[in-house]
Design a protein around this ligand. Structure first.
Ligand code: KIV
Length: 276
């Protein structure tokens, strides 16, 4: 691996929350992608990704639900333990799913402990600011690293009513800035900012010492995250402005499967060398 692409100029290294903080201090951008299964996690870990998020976007891209709300804690633990078996160096963060932490801080801690114990993950992510402060503090006091998530928080989609850009108005902007400070004070090791104006994300990133990872939040933050299935072009309908597609796997998989079907039908496969 080229030194240029390794954390804080070292050789390939196991990523910890401390390494991430050092990366921010050194001005080295943090790369983060989602994964939900062993094979993909192994590929992106070996490719050198810093953080793997077992996102509740599994509800959309793996299970085919319209929102992230239906996925359960048991299902997140299943995805997380599959990912963990494929990972050697990346830091693995797991979303606490909707309904597993909003009730009270005791429930939040119980859910976070289940994720850590049953999957072997390294940290958890929760959506929200001051509303979940007590839960964040309680989870951290149990020794579990927490990543925050502000801006567009998909678990609250029925409250927002749309997936449009958040924090364009003064009141929401001020709340977001206060929430970021509050999450830092509560002990979060990083914060995801989703779909907010780039100038606001930059301001937040400069106002806190912990890394700020953006998705649809511009280039002024400390790192970027995308959903793996979106950036690989497996999903097709979802095309927000912030999404850069690095492949068109939907087309490539379709062509491969069609070639296979054709080979089976024409009896080209298997040939004499492909049998015993
Ligand atoms: O679930 C997810 O994939 C996420 C990212 C969009 C940050 O939370």
């Amino acid at each position: 691996m080229d030194d240029k692409f390794s954390p804080v100029g070292s050789q390939v290294k196991k990523i910890t929350t401390h390494v991430l903080k050092a990366m921010k201090q050194a001005g080295e951008k943090i790369s983060m992608l989602t994964a939900y299964d062993f094979s993909m996690a192994q590929i992106i870990d070996q490719a050198g990704i810093d953080i793997i998020l077992v996102g509740d976007s599994a509800s959309n891209v793996m299970a085919g639900h319209e929102t992230t709300l239906p996925i359960t804690l048991d299902q997140m633990i299943y995805h997380a333990s599959s990912v963990i078996r494929g990972v050697k160096n990346s830091l693995v963060v797991v979303d606490l799913p909707f309904g597993s932490y909003q009730g009270n801080s005791k429930e939040a801690l119980t859910s976070a402990i289940r994720i850590m114990k049953e999957s072997g993950a390294h940290s958890v992510k929760l959506e929200g600011g001051r509303e979940i402060k007590e839960s964040v503090e309680r989870i951290i006091s149990a020794g579990i690293p927490v990543m925050g998530h502000l801006g567009l928080t998909p678990q609250s989609i029925y409250k927002f009513g749309t997936y449009a850009v958040r924090a364009k108005e003064e009141e929401e902007r001020e709340k977001l800035k206060e929430d970021a400070k509050l999450l830092e004070e509560a002990g979060c090791f990083a914060i995801v900012l989703e779909k907010i104006p780039a100038h606001l994300a930059k301001e937040v990133s400069e106002s806190v010492e912990i890394p700020v990872i953006g998705i649809g939040a511009g280039g002024g933050v400390d790192g970027q995250v995308l959903v793996l299935h979106d950036m690989l072009g497996i999903t097709q309908e979802f095309s927000p402005r912030f999404l850069r597609r690095y492949n068109n796997l939907h087309e490539q998989i379709t062509m491969s499967v069609q070639a296979y079907i054709n080979d089976v039908k024409t009896q080209d496969f298997p040939n004499s060398k492909e049998q015993y």
